[in-house]
Design a protein around this ligand. Structure first.
Ligand code: GTP
Ligand code: MG
Length: 288
């Protein structure tokens, strides 16, 4: 499956980031805790070179808690300041201002010594579409200033949001990169809702996601779809995900004439339930 997603507005956003970077003191990169590597835009390093960086692992409420611990340690070991958050519920967001102050401690001290203690600190918020940037900013601000919605591509232009008299955040539209080198990155971005569904084949996605969950989280699948056991998986078994879709679809009664399972419908339900967190908390990649 070839997932390509790079509409014109992302080129515009890249340019805007390159222009605005000189106006900010730090960059906050919001990652999806379920796919911390797939949700990292490889272009961000280059675009933000030299700026102090805070990594936010967002959507921790949807991720496997054990895996989130490992990822937080992974990014800390790489020298980043790390914050774990559930921007929708508000968990973790109260720690943001303090984390920024700590990240910029030397700079703030230098300002204070020059008699510029009141200078506003500006932070650019970056991340892939739909990861929760605007929701995070609203929670930090304590009011709903930025528009949010559960689909990629909601924020269309930059927006400065004053937090208090010392801190301002720059909300930006989500950006992806022109080409995914690795198919699993494209799949992960599709499962989690970072790319628009209409450019993808739902059934293919459903097969891949089922196969992953069957491998890594079999108990959750059994519980979620009331399956006594899962189909056997053989070596190089490309039809495994499809058989899981069939088994789940049959249990749900999604049949078409002739008694066949409507796997297309089941795939859509699987994606919806995965995104809504109805099947459990899953992380789709782990640190090496
Ligand atoms: N469960 C859960 N949902 C979240 C979290 N953060 C954001 N959301 C939801 O995800 C959806 C997208 O949030 P937005 O804040 O609009 O995402 P964004 O990154 O600004 O998206 P774009 O502007 O389209 O790039 C909304 O429905 C939010 O309620 C989180 O930590 N946990
Ligand atoms: Mg937004």
């Amino acid at each position: 499956m070839n997932i390509q997603w790079y509409p014109g507005h992302m080129t515009k956003t890249r340019r805007m980031i390159a222009e605005q970077i000189k106006n900010v003191d730090a960059v906050c990169e919001i990652l999806d805790a379920r796919i911390p590597i797939s949700s990292r835009n490889p272009d961000v390093d280059e675009l933000t070179a030299g700026k102090p960086r805070l990594v936010v692992l967002n959507r921790v409420d949807q991720a496997d808690p054990e895996a989130t611990k490992q990822w937080a340690a992974y990014f800390r070991a790489k020298g980043y300041a790390v914050l774990e958050s559930d921007a929708r519920g508000g968990q973790g967001t109260a720690k943001f201002a303090g984390a920024v102050r700590e990240l910029l401690a030397d700079k703030l001290k230098a300002y204070a010594e020059k008699g510029m203690a009141g200078r506003v600190v500006r932070v650019m918020i970056l991340g892939i579409p739909n990861v929760g940037k605007s929701t995070f900013i609203n929670k930090v601000a304590g009011r709903k200033t930025a528009k949010t919605e559960d689909r990629p591509g909601v924020t269309r232009s930059k927006q400065w949001v004053p937090i208090d008299k010392g801190l301002e955040l720059l909300d930006t539209p989500g950006i992806l990169w022109p080409k995914f080198e690795d198919q699993s990155v494209g799949l992960n971005l599709a499962y989690t809702g970072a790319v628009k569904d209409d450019i993808l084949d739902t059934e293919t996605l459903g097969c891949h996601l089922m196969a992953y969950l069957g491998d890594k989280y079999p108990e959750a699948l059994k519980t979620g779809y009331k399956l006594a056991s899962l189909p056997e998986r053989e070596e190089n078994d490309i039809a495994y995900g499809y058989r899981l879709l069939e088994a789940a679809g049959r249990k749900r009664g999604f049949l078409v004439s002739g008694g066949e399972v409507d796997t297309e419908r089941m795939a859509k339900i699987l994606l919806d339930e995965f995104r809504a967190g109805k099947l459990g908390r899953f992380t789709l990649e782990l640190p090496e």
